[in-house]
Unconditional design. Structure first.
Length: 327
């Protein structure tokens, strides 16, 4: 998924202490005459990173007949990986590295952009109700220029008393995902709790964690989590306790070791400086014919791409002030 903000803000990502914090969502329309609206909890001014995680959009359940579904034409990414998870519906992915895949509930699509990739995502024609999350995590400096790649994975559910877990990335409750992330250790897992159930999880105390409540009544470490909010917990905990209230819970648990690097994220690019991000933008604009290449020759960083697909999305204008990493 792309960040379709008409005027995307510069986001300088750093880790910080403190917590726990409740991070409220903000509504962001994805564009078009029947704009699909997502609830964005990362990044925001109060917190821009949880481990390597730098972006989280939560959407639905939306009737596709009303929302138009997901119709995100080809767009670029650098220096990050995208993670697609669904609760209902299906989304078709296609990218410039030659990968095609459909993600359905209980599965994960992971696209590692590395030095550069472009892709599109469309809800499938048979999807009547669309509901899920899209996340990005930033690649560390040592892997951010790697060749792009893609993995699809369907984990075996982990049942427990009143609970069911699906571990998409990382390791939790004895389940280990084989998906290679090209980043410091991180975690992404779906948690379902019956009404009144209590779940205690052993976690890595070196990790920061975030819990997104999708549905139901949830208390995390004894504190209530409002619907659609992301609850942040700093490093130092060896366990997490989740308790469901009168309504059963579905939640997403993310986590990871603090990235330890300052990054600039603007539109769909993650870089380390204004000049780097501006160069990514210029390359994309030249590749799709929206602007001339600065040196007269386009670098095929984000292509090639099959013909006959919807027109690619042009990049918005850069801010009038330099993007800069800040501590």
């Amino acid at each position: 998924m792309t960040n379709l903000d008409a005027r995307p803000e510069e986001v300088v990502c750093t880790e910080g202490g403190g917590g726990p914090q409740l991070l409220p969502p903000r509504d962001v329309p994805l564009g078009g005459p029947r704009a699909m609206t997502v609830r964005r909890t990362l990044p925001q001014r109060r917190r821009s990173l949880i481990g390597s995680w730098c972006f989280l959009d939560h959407y639905g359940p939306d009737p596709v007949s009303a929302s138009g579904g997901m119709r995100v034409a080809r767009h670029p990414h650098t220096g990050l990986a995208t993670v697609s998870l669904l609760f209902t519906g299906a989304i078709a992915h296609q990218d410039s590295a030659g990968y095609r895949a459909i993600v359905r509930p209980g599965e994960v699509n992971l696209m590692v952009a590395g030095r550069g990739i472009s892709h599109q995502e469309f809800s499938t024609p048979d999807t009547g109700l669309l509901h899920g999350v899209q996340l990005w995590y930033a690649l560390p400096d040592r892997t951010r220029h790697t060749a792009p790649t893609f993995e699809h994975y369907a984990p075996e559910p982990v049942p427990g008393p009143g609970s069911l877990l699906r571990v998409y990335l990382g390791a939790l409750a004895g389940s280990v995902s084989p998906v290679r992330t090209h980043t410091p250790p991180l975690l992404a897992a779906e948690i379902a709790l019956d009404a009144g159930a209590r779940l205690e999880l052993a976690v890595d105390p070196a990790f920061e964690h975030g819990v997104l409540l999708d549905a139901g009544d949830l208390a995390l470490e004894g504190d209530p989590v409002p619907a659609d909010h992301l609850a942040y917990l700093p490093p130092g905990r060896a366990r997490l306790v989740l308790e469901a209230g009168p309504r059963p819970v579905r939640a997403l648990l993310i986590g990871g070791e603090p990235l330890g690097e300052r990054i600039v994220m603007w539109w769909n690019f993650v870089g380390r400086s204004h000049a780097e991000v501006a160069a990514y933008r210029a390359t994309w604009q030249a590749e799709i014919g929206a602007e001339p290449a600065p040196d007269g020759e386009a670098d095929p960083r984000f292509g090639p791409y099959p013909e006959g697909q919807p027109a690619p999305l042009p990049a918005p204008a850069l801010p009038t002030v330099p993007l800069r990493p800040r501590g």
